[in-house]
Ligand binder design. Structure first.
Ligand SMILES: C[S@@+](CC[C@H](N)C(=O)[O-])C[C@H]1O[C@@H](n2cnc3c(N)ncnc32)[C@H](O)[C@@H]1O
Length: 208
């Protein structure tokens, strides 16, 4: 039987995933949960690297009937407290309806030394976006960091990967045309330019 190839729906592909796991120095066998795992590409990738990886996604068409993937929401994570060495959210945190509940639940489910890895779009310009139809919430770096700190995390790493976002969106415009791109985002080109959307990797740890 051929190898199953699962779709990745985020900028940077595994380059950013690799950077995050090497920064966190997880031991082999570490338990890592991918929230908003989509079709489970990162879960497969982590298992092949020797980690015990699990995925959860609210969309049943993504997370249905695959081993190690569960249907559920980030706000109500169906995993025991203090059970994970790492939690990742790759291009999914900005789409979550109740980020306060998500961070509260992540804090509970992580072990005391657990790491929270978020790769996410953020606003580098004058305006932000509270509810863009398919890209969700795009807010400045300081606002994301403050949210994490309010929920008991301290940020150990912040790195910019906006070039990876440009590459991904450039390809989308090339494939679908600029008009279809802006309509899909629910934004005018002017508003979009003002927001100066970027992409970043954040690694945070629970404050002791
Ligand atoms: C842009 S896709 C990214 C998928 C995958 N992480 C990747 O990089 O290919 C965002 C995913 O987050 C999931 N998602 C959004 N809100 C969620 C929530 N509150 N709880 C769980 N999953 C959620 C969506 O169903 C979708 O599969």
């Amino acid at each position: 039987m051929g190898k199953i190839v699962r779709n990745i729906k985020r900028p940077g592909g595994f380059k950013i995933t690799d950077r995050a796991i090497s920064f966190c120095e997880f031991r082999k066998g570490a338990k890592i949960l991918d929230i908003g795992c989509g079709e489970g590409a990162t879960v497969d990738y982590l298992i092949n690297k020797g980690f015990e990886a699990l995925g959860v996604d609210k969309n049943p068409t993504n997370a249905a009937s695959q081993q190690n993937l569960t249907i559920g929401t980030a706000e109500t994570l169906p995993f025991p407290n203090s059970s994970m060495d790492g939690i990742m959210m790759e291009c999914s945190f900005n789409l979550m309806d109740n980020q306060q509940e998500v961070l509260k639940r992540c804090f509970e489910v992580l072990k005391p030394t657990g790491k929270l890895i978020i790769s996410v779009m953020y606003a580098r310009g004058k305006t932000k976006l509270e509810n863009g139809c398919c890209i969700g919430r795009i807010v400045p770096k300081d606002e994301i960091i403050q949210k994490l700190e309010t929920h008991g995390f301290f940020v150990k790493l912040f790195e910019d990967y906006s070039d990876e976002l440009k590459t991904m969106w450039g390809q989308m415009i090339f494939d679908k045309g600029a008009k279809a791109f802006y309509c899909g985002l629910g934004l005018t080109p002017e508003k979009f330019k003002e927001m100066k959307c970027g992409y970043c990797l954040i690694v945070a740890q629970k404050c002791s």
